[in-house]
Design a protein around this ligand. Structure first.
Ligand code: FES
Length: 178
């Protein structure tokens, strides 16, 4: 580190924490229920989820590309009935679990926002970024989501509580080649 001129004020800027423990690796069953947790997205409360797909954990913001709302049809249930695609419960957008790409429905050429995760010694960790930070105790008083977004989420969960996993006739059988 270079020598600094004496007498100048120094501001130490903290970067994001290197990693955050998420859950036991055993909690993420292959193509099973996702682990859902709270994060801060650009300083506002949001949710993220992690699930295991083809043996490795993947994680995304729980926010559809079509309309920025939560996608699970029940808490932690993101996959379609065949356990092949992440399916938004609102209008049926389908995403590739391995990389979050939209593969069908109204998400167009969009992609879910991925969070970096890693599995080590029987634990799963996630890595905050400049945009997505962990929730800290003093952030509990952060502003609540906009009333419209909250109403939409509650309406969806009311519709889907107790339902079978959603299916969509627009789902592809294989990802597009281009
Ligand atoms: S909000 Fe997800 S498909 Fe419309």
């Amino acid at each position: 580190m270079p020598d600094l001129p004496a007498g100048l004020p120094i501001t130490v800027t903290e970067g994001p924490p290197a990693e955050e423990r998420l859950c036991d690796a055993a909690e993420l069953v292959e193509r099973g229920r996702a682990f859902v947790w709270d994060v801060m997205l650009w300083g506002r409360p949001a949710r993220a989820f992690a699930l295991r797909f083809d043996g490795r954990p993947v994680a995304y913001l729980n926010r559809c590309v079509h309309v920025p709302t939560e996608m699970d049809w029940q808490e932690g249930e993101f996959l379609d009935i065949d356990k092949r695609w992440i399916l938004c419960s609102i209008h049926g957008a389908a995403y590739e679990p391995a990389d979050g790409r939209c593969v069908g429905g109204p998400c167009g050429r969009g992609k879910l926002t991925a969070l970096r995760v890693a599995e080590r010694d029987g634990q799963v960790y996630w890595y905050p970024s400049r945009d997505i930070a962990p929730v800290r105790f003093d952030e509990a008083a952060a502003p609540a989501p906009a009333p419209d977004a909250e109403r939409a989420v509650h309406a969806v969960h009311a519709v889907h509580d107790g339902d079978a996993p959603p299916t969509s006739p627009t789902l592809p059988t294989e990802p597009p080649t281009t």
